[in-house]
Design a protein. Sequence first.
Length: 314
Amino acid sequence: MGWFTRKKAVAAGAVLGAGMLAAALAPSVAGATPAAPSGPRASVTSASPAMARGAVVGLAAEPKVGAVLVDAAGHTLYLFSADANHHPHCAGACATAWPPLLTTAKPVAGKGVKAGLLGTVRDPDGKVQVTYHGWPLYTFSADTKPHEATGQGIVAFGGKWAAVNAAGTGVGMAMAPTMARGAMVGLASEAKVGAVLVDASGHTLYAFSKDADHQSHCTGACATAWPPLLTTAKPVAGKGVKAGLLGTVRDPDGKLQVTYHGWPLYTFKGDTKAHEATGQGIVAFGGKWAAVNAAGNPAGVTTTSSSSPSGGGW
């Protein structure tokens, strides 16, 4: 090999060596971005806690019931026939046995699940519960491992339980509108007034001082601003609510309105979200409005309904 040929070979080797060195050092160069990982584990290794999403609802084949909805751990998801009005009616011991599927963000549809059927609702404790085709979703404490459906067909806590298929109906159940139960009244802590009655969506319930005779005196524009809590059946007591104090009365339009300790109950249009009590203490439509506590008294008021028969105010 001649001198010229040897010189070209040495030069080429130097260039090749420099290129290999640069490639090896590239990740440590300021501003350089290493290549993104690829393959099945790529999303796992690159994810961060800040990227956490809502609860995942998937679809899996369960030996007993076929293809049904499951949570992220593969546990069967159930609906409760008593929730036919699309509000959760499972609280206290019921919620211990059948834990609601909760979320902190918009729920995520897994393969085979229709994203458009997913939604959320406030449970009786004010937490965000996942729904599918309107049905609040629950797991079952007796399903100790994935791909079990031991809760299928159980009748408990005033209703029947069924796994949910991809169409959003209960397996083996013909869900009829007649299965709807009465309005749920729960108890929740509101920042402004403390622990007071709330509806199934977590909105504060109020009493009207003019209703001290246990009749509803709010109609027309009043009922538009302060919608009565209506029901089509016997109202249901949530955790912390005394079932014996719940009742009903016919409102001025002839509809069945829920009462508590005799007071007809209302929500307030000014409360745009759960756990607000912007109506507390407002004087309007000839009387005063106040949230109602678990004892059945207007919050911040010592007078009970029975001690104010004339409805002259608190």
